[in-house]
Design a protein around this ligand. Structure first.
Ligand SMILES: CC(C)(COP(=O)(O)OP(=O)(O)OC[C@H]1O[C@@H](n2cnc3c(N)ncnc32)[C@H](O)[C@@H]1OP(=O)(O)O)[C@@H](O)C(=O)NCCC(=O)NCCS
Length: 338
């Protein structure tokens, strides 16, 4: 008899088919492919069309994750959906995903930790599995950014960075008998510092002003669009992501060299190169997707894991370190054997 831990038994991801290149963006805002590639590494991103919502993208990723785990939606005990771009102000988007999956009754929970949302969500789900309160949990990250970006030159510093997509995993309870070889989540570490909340945020739609939640003055100010202090985000991300990885490795008795693959959040290629350099990680151990998908926030890490599998870079038995940093500020890490 071993110890009950969570294992990722299924994975799926979905990006909408519409490709928006850096050159495409120049029809709405003053930017260039050269500026975006040099500063961020991004070449293109995906945008949804029509009525496609966050829970629609989440559904596609969830169906794949269930199938790859050999499960149907009715087998699930819980659903977590991490997103900063919900279908509606309330209720949370997890309940819309639940209905689209054709099930009811089980808890459906939204997680609102932005770029760190997936790490937060698997951390919470992992606690339910460790305590025995749940055995099979769907954890999805999904975002529709394209409908919430300022597509004028005013918003160009933020708008070029984000794309739409979804990714998810199935966590299942597993009996770990040999921690050195078994596939399971070893640890998650979560952090936040709300003193920096306004360095990367959407000021409205809001109850914090002497106005209606949606007010014409708010819209005149452009408060419905994300605002970012890019330098602050950059500096803190480069510091905190490596720290969170080092903490995870130390807690589990591993070193950087033991890790087979690093799947970091994808905000900026330069952030990830700097983080890898701080950790002393060779570039070929870091898997990046930012070039094709830009920053898909809570969807980024599961999309990265799935893309790494498709590219033959991630196989069962490999030790994986993930870390994310984003709005809040929030950050965290997860260490697991795939
Ligand atoms: C946003 C970011 C790429 C900007 O890079 P930077 O080198 O700091 O650039 P600056 O902000 O100093 O801007 C340099 C110039 O480019 C301009 N610029 C900003 N966005 C631009 C764009 N999309 N296209 C062209 N020019 C742009 C600025 O207006 C500024 O012009 P100025 O010098 O005439 O004032 C960088 O700060 C970054 O990636 N930060 C982290 C952001 C992030 O990760 N966000 C998500 C976190 S989850």
């Amino acid at each position: 008899m071993g110890t009950v831990r969570s294992r990722m038994t299924g994975i799926g991801s979905y990006v909408p088919p519409r490709v928006v290149t850096n050159d495409d963006l120049t029809q709405w805002l003053d930017t260039s492919d050269e500026w975006i590639v040099q500063r961020t590494g991004i070449r293109e991103r995906r945008w949804v069309e029509g009525t496609t919502s966050t829970s629609d993208l989440a559904l596609e990723a969830s169906k794949q994750a269930l199938e790859s785990a050999g499960m149907v939606a009715g087998d699930l005990d819980m659903i977590f959906l991490a997103t900063l771009s919900p279908d509606h102000f309330f209720p949370g988007s997890a309940v819309f995903l639940q209905t689209k999956l054709g099930i009811s009754g089980i808890p459906a929970i939204d997680v609102r930790q932005q770029c760190t949302g997936f790490i937060y969500a698997i951390s919470i789900a992992d606690q339910y599995i460790r305590t025995g309160a749940a055995q099979r949990i769907l954890v999805v990250g999904a975002e529709v950014h394209s409908k919430g970006l300022d597509k004028s030159t005013r918003g160009r510093d933020v708008t070029v960075l984000f794309g739409d997509g979804a990714g998810g995993v199935i966590l299942e309870a597993t009996d770990v008998t040999d921690p050195a070889v078994d596939s399971y989540i070893m640890s998650t570490h979560l952090y936040a510092d709300g003193a920096y909340a306004e360095e990367l945020w959407v000021p409205g739609v809001s109850t914090a002003y002497d106005e209606e939640i949606v007010d014409p003055r708010m819209i005149d100010r452009g408060d419905q669009y994300p605002k970012m202090n890019g330098r602050q985000v950059f500096v803190h991300a480069v510091k905190h992501m490596p720290e969170a990885v080092e903490t995870a490795l130390a807690q589990n008795g591993y070193t950087i060299d033991d890790v087979d693959l690093f799947v970091f959040h994808q905000a900026n290629l330069r952030i990830n190169e700097a983080a890898a350099q701080r950790l002393g990680v060779p570039g070929d151990k870091v898997f990046n997707t930012i070039e094709r998908f830009a920053n898909t926030t809570a969807a980024t890490i599961p999309i990265g894991l799935h893309e790494a599998i498709k590219a033959g870079r991630l196989e069962r038995g490999m030790l994986v370190a993930s870390a994310a940093f984003g709005s809040g500020f929030t950050w965290g890490s997860a260490l697991f054997r795939w």
